[in-house]
Design a protein. Structure first.
Length: 276
């Protein structure tokens, strides 16, 4: 009996290239769709977290004669809200920054001091700046408070701005346009209408919305920078208003919100020159 071997024809180079091209085309369609879905899911969770923080904020106000927290360098506002919500250690983060927790905690443990946040990592506010402190007391978060809500006195209330603070929620006339809590690279900020847009480039910066925000923005004329955070180049951010509604808005529209008493919206903020 003779065995007959049948030669099976393999793929030609051209056929393989066609298959590879088809796979690449499918991936070019699927991957952006998956990324978009992931971003949408992250935004939904982020909005839910902001609403939960808003519920806790209003519970705090109802229990304190509608007076906001006093500015306290030893006790962050998130710690105050922790008494009014069970899962504050979950809702204090945006999903996209959770993977950066280990990074900022490690930096704190190695170097001590505060750690500024970004689109992809939370901020760390150090109650103790000594890395040898065994208690390692600090707060983490992805959201910041509109500093003009604070009651009492603080460093932003100089002679020119002493009447800017709300102090009590009853002083807010337009609750649907007054920001309470939003994405931030620091626990709080005091935006003003004369703030400029983030600079185009800096040697000490992180990417946001096609621009670069300088880390550690403490100057009064750059406070809006802290809230100028954007993921995946969408140029949008989430805002919790004082009526407890949450909205996704364009970054530049932050300048049109009602940040403090007497705030004048700025539809055309200054743009710093590009630094190469």
């Amino acid at each position: 009996m003779m065995l007959r071997f049948v030669h099976k024809r393999g793929f030609t180079l051209i056929e393989l290239l066609v298959v590879i091209a088809i796979i690449a085309m499918l991936l070019s369609i699927i991957v952006p769709a998956l990324n978009k879905a992931k971003l949408y899911a992250s935004r939904v969770v982020e909005q839910s977290n902001l609403r939960s923080l808003g519920v806790a904020l209003h519970a705090f106000l109802n229990n304190n004669d509608y007076e906001f927290f006093r500015y306290n360098t030893n006790n962050l506002w998130l710690a105050e809200l922790g008494y009014y919500v069970d899962n504050v250690d979950e809702i204090r983060y945006s999903p996209r920054t959770a993977s950066g927790i280990e990074e900022v905690v490690g930096a704190y443990q190695n170097n001590g001091g505060d750690q500024w946040g970004s689109n992809w990592r939370p901020w760390l506010w150090a109650k103790s700046a000594d890395p040898s402190d065994p208690t390692k007391r600090y707060e983490l978060g992805s959201f910041g408070l509109n500093g003009w809500l604070y009651s009492g006195t603080h460093q932003q209330l100089d002679a020119n701005h002493r009447n800017f603070s709300f102090g009590k929620s009853t002083a807010i006339k337009n609750t649907s346009r007054t920001p309470a809590i939003l994405n931030s690279n620091w626990p709080d900020a005091w935006p003003r209408g004369d703030n400029a847009l983030p600079a185009w480039q800096s040697s000490d910066s992180y990417e946001t919305g096609g621009r670069e925000c300088t880390l550690g923005t403490s100057a009064n004329n750059t406070m809006m920078f802290r809230f100028y955070l954007d993921a995946a180049g969408t140029n949008k951010t989430n805002v919790l208003y004082m009526d407890n509604s949450v909205e996704t808005i364009d970054l530049q529209d932050l300048f049109m919100l009602s940040w403090h008493q007497g705030y004048q919206g700025n539809s055309n903020p200054a743009v710093p020159p590009r630094q190469l």
